[in-house]
Design a protein around this ligand. Structure first.
Ligand code: PEP
Ligand code: CO
Length: 450
């Protein structure tokens, strides 16, 4: 990484997907306030995540990354956070137990506010307005004032992220999430499905293992079993927000984006010559890069050179989001490119973003079968290439929403409007998330047994 890099370095490069703020004074004022705000994460924590992901890159673990497509101001509530936290940890426990490997837990949370859009304009009944770009930028309501980008929203997003992270840290480390407790959390949202007895059987086996350890006088109240490590992540899309939160570590002299432990580059902003890549190349956090059917082998090679020049395991997670029908066609060449380059990346599968369609009633949805098909395709490609399918990246909630169809509840297009809460992409609900975790545990077990 060049010593000349500075947090505002990105301004020399073309920046797509960013709002135009007409109130330049409000923007300057917001930037000044953010640059005086406390960091949300510390350099040491980001390094710890890089090390954990380094293990995954070398085949010794699995990355579980998930949360809302977009956090919002309106749906912010501690109950929603707690429900999400619980289902996420239930998934992690299921994966750890089912697949017998360490699971690195990273939420799409505490900062996941900014959204890339396929069009700058939204038209309704002949009226054109700027597209909604996430609560950190403008408001979802379809009126001119609401859609005007407002820089002060960054301050509200920062405060909500700080409060969210504080609450999650308390839940993770304050005794609420000991292994013993997680194993006892109820999973009543599974009632009536064939997963319920399987889930209870796992609880019983973990209980027995804990009793055995207790009898062996293993300290269950301290150390790793007394809490969990949960990291935060979001797409580093709004660089006006990321830049003032990027700070130089006094000990190492390295730069860290302190808005989250891990940041990723989206499918629409990964131009090797663009602002987003030239911003994230300079920060020392672990970073993610979405790759899709339009990622060329040539671009990937350049991106590996720019984003992970030293080939540090754990520095870079490649998040494949191909679509169920394209994964077999497009992923092998990318995996082969990475192998030739030295290979020290985490390969994660985002089975959501390539599988979105509009249902008859007009709502965006994803079918559980397509999500599963992409995951299976991803595992099959890695098996053929001899590489490790190292993680999954999903949009999910702990709430009982009806946004994705299929799964053991057999949700149909006609169910979607019943409990559709997302302002952006459709998320897996609690039951669908657990079902997915069961399926991934099986895939991982097969992989480990060769
Ligand atoms: C997302 O993760 O919400 C997203 C927009 O994904 P992608 O960049 O892969 O389209
Ligand atoms: Co999304």
């Amino acid at each position: 990484m060049s010593n000349l890099w500075q947090p505002d370095h990105w301004r020399q490069f073309p920046a797509v997907q960013m709002p135009h703020y007409s109130d330049v004074d409000a923007l300057a004022n917001t930037r000044a306030r953010l640059s005086q705000s406390a960091p949300l994460v510390f350099a040491g924590e980001a390094d710890q995540l890089t090390r954990a992901l380094g293990e995954v890159a070398q085949g010794r673990g699995f990355l579980l990354q998930g949360g809302d497509c977009a956090e919002s101001f309106g749906h912010y509530h501690p109950d929603n956070l707690q429900q999400m936290f619980k289902v996420f940890l239930q998934m992690a426990m299921l994966l750890t137990f089912g697949a017998g490997c360490p699971v690195v837990k990273v939420g799409r949370i505490a900062g996941q506010f900014a959204k890339p859009r396929s069009s700058d304009v939204e038209s309704r009944n002949g009226v054109d307005l700027p597209s909604y770009r996430g609560d950190i930028i403008n408001d979802v309501a379809f009126d001119g004032a609401a859609r005007e980008p407002d820089p002060t929203r960054m301050l509200r997003a920062y405060s909500q992220s700080a409060a969210t992270l504080n609450f999650l840290r308390g839940l993770a480390q304050g005794g609420f999430a000991s292994l013993h407790a997680v194993n006892r959390w109820n999973a009543s949202f599974l009632d009536g499905s064939e997963m319920a007895p399987r889930y209870r059987a796992m609880n019983q086996q973990i209980d027995e293992a804990l009793k055995f350890m207790q009898a062996c006088q293993v300290d269950l109240d301290g150390g790793r079993l007394s809490g969990v490590e949960l990291f935060s992540s979001h797409e580093a899309l709004l660089l006006e927000y990321e830049e003032p939160l990027t700070r130089q570590d006094t000990e190492s002299g390295r730069w860290y984006d302190t808005s989250a432990h891990m940041l990723w580059i989206g499918d629409r902003t990964r131009d090797p010559e663009g602002a987003h890549v030239n911003f994230l190349k300079g920060v020392s956090n672990p970073i993610g890069l979405k790759v899709g059917p339009t990622t060329s082998v040539d671009d990937l090679r350049r991106l590996l050179d720019v984003l992970n020049p030293d080939n540090t395991p754990g520095r870079l997670t490649l998040i494949s989001r191909m679509g169920a029908h394209k994964v077999n066609e497009y992923l092998p060449a990318l995996v082969q490119t990475v192998k030739r380059h030295g290979g020290a990346v985490v390969w994660s599968c985002d089975p959501m973003h390539g599988n979105t369609h509009t249902a008859d009633g007009g709502l965006k949805t994803r079918h559980f079968d397509n999500i599963m098909a992409e995951l299976k395709g991803f595992f099959a490609v890695h098996r053929a290439e001899g590489t490790h399918p190292g993680g999954v990246h999903i949009e999910m909630t702990g709430r009982d929403v009806t946004e994705c169809t299929g799964g053991s509840q057999c949700l149909q297009d006609t169910d979607l409007s019943r409990q559709y809460e997302s302002q952006c992409d459709p998320r897996l609900n609690a039951s669908q998330s657990i079902e997915l975790a069961f399926a991934i545990a099986e895939l991982l077990k097969d992989e480990r047994q060769g």
